[in-house]
Write a protein that binds this ligand. Structure first.
Ligand SMILES: [Zn+2]
Length: 386
């Protein structure tokens, strides 16, 4: 089981310049490597391998001073990324899928580099991260990386003007006790736009007010940017501002999703979601923005990995007609997007639309059927009012 631990870095101005320079060097290496592969294919119908490109590094370093300043494993990893992009591209072509040819990376489209195995060390006492060829950078270790956890790879990322250290660690798989354990408490979860979550016990979680406020702020800064003249310095400054507000909202939402998923995992043995094709839904432009904002995928992902550690089961059931069917008698009760109440003409059930769906979602669980959960009569999820 892989987990990533992310920490904020506080480089000095000089260090930040070096980090930015490394990103530029890696990006140019990536683009040059891509150009080489492209040319070789177009002129000789020949494909270039990772090894061939990595072997050129030694000579390239003799003439390119920038390459010399970057840790050699970081450069190798850049070429590996390129190689992976091509592998994925060819795999999709082989499968007959539509695949875009690998693209050159623009100035703001290359935001990370990786030390695959070595070249970094953490000093817990001094709160420093030592990087080979860069030096010691201040790091905020807001939570520990337990020593027995082996760090697999280490990546430095840039988010506008913030820097982060991301450690990917390999954890032992949690013992599979799930099937021996009775799934005492189960919950069905409907994700939506009006309420972020609705549970089968009727409780709902709306996006908190501060998050909505931040979202409004993004829109405001965006409008400001649109008023600035194209190519002007003021526009550049405002673009940065927009990116910063975006980052803030993203981090707030992430934090909120961490807390929500923690509550779910701590309170339930079985969590049942709908299996939504979120990427397909995002293609529907009318709702796309709100769906991306709600970040269902992120919440589900957080729930999954926390559950994995706790031995909780997260199950995805078919999303087919969950809104349209009556959760009591199973008959089809058609609704438009505007119909907020489920009124069943066959059995008389009347519930909030999303509440009805959440019950149907839970009833589709294969674990729930055998576990005789007490969720609908349980105390529900303790949620602080927001
Ligand atoms: Zn009914």
């Amino acid at each position: 089981m892989r987990r990533t631990y992310q920490y904020r870095l506080y480089p000095t101005t000089t260090q930040a310049t070096t980090l930015t320079q490394w990103l530029t060097t890696c990006r140019i290496l990536y683009n040059n490597g891509l150009a080489e592969r492209k040319n070789a294919w177009e002129t000789h119908k020949k494909s270039v391998t990772y090894n061939e490109q990595a072997n050129q590094m030694k000579d390239a370093k003799k003439t390119n001073q920038f390459l010399k300043t970057v840790h050699s494993q970081v450069l190798q990893d850049t070429l590996r990324r390129l190689d992976k992009t091509f592998t994925n591209f060819f795999r999709r072509i082989k499968k007959g899928e539509k695949a875009g040819y690998p693209r050159f990376k623009g100035k703001y489209r290359y935001d990370s580099f990786t030390y695959p195995q070595s070249g970094f060390a953490i000093n817990y006492k001094k709160k420093k991260l030592r990087l080979s060829k860069i030096g010691s950078i201040n790091i905020k270790l807001h939570r520990p990386i337990p020593s027995e956890r082996v760090i697999k790879t280490f990546t430095i990322t840039r988010d506008v003007d913030h820097w982060y250290a991301c450690f990917s660690v390999e954890l032992p798989d949690p013992a599979l006790q799930t099937h021996q354990r009775a799934l005492q408490k189960a919950i069905g979860v409907d994700v939506g736009l009006k309420s972020l979550l609705t549970f089968n016990n009727g409780e709902t979680i709306v996006n908190p007010r501060w998050l909505r406020h931040s979202e409004k702020k993004v829109a405001k800064e965006q409008r400001r940017k649109d008023r600035k003249q194209n190519g002007s310095y003021n526009r550049y400054k405002q673009t940065k501002k927009v990116a910063q507000v975006h980052r803030k909202v993203r981090n707030q939402r992430k934090d909120f999703h961490h807390k929500l998923s923690r509550q779910l995992v701590d309170n339930y043995d079985l969590i049942v979601y709908e299996n939504l094709q979120i990427t397909n839904m995002v293609k529907n432009h009318v709702v796309a923005k709100s769906i991306s904002d709600a970040g269902w995928g992120q919440l589900m992902h957080f729930t999954e990995y926390k559950a994995e550690e706790a031995g909780t089961v997260v199950e995805y059931v078919s999303a087919y007609n969950t809104t349209q069917l009556c959760s009591n008698c199973g008959k089809l009760v058609p609704k438009t997007l505007a119909t907020r109440i489920h009124r069943c003409p066959y059995c008389g059930l009347m519930l909030a639309r999303d509440h009805n769906s959440a019950i149907t979602i839970l009833s589709r669980s294969k674990y729930y059927v055998t576990s005789r959960s007490s969720a609908s009569s349980g105390q529900g999820l303790p949620v602080e009012p927001v």
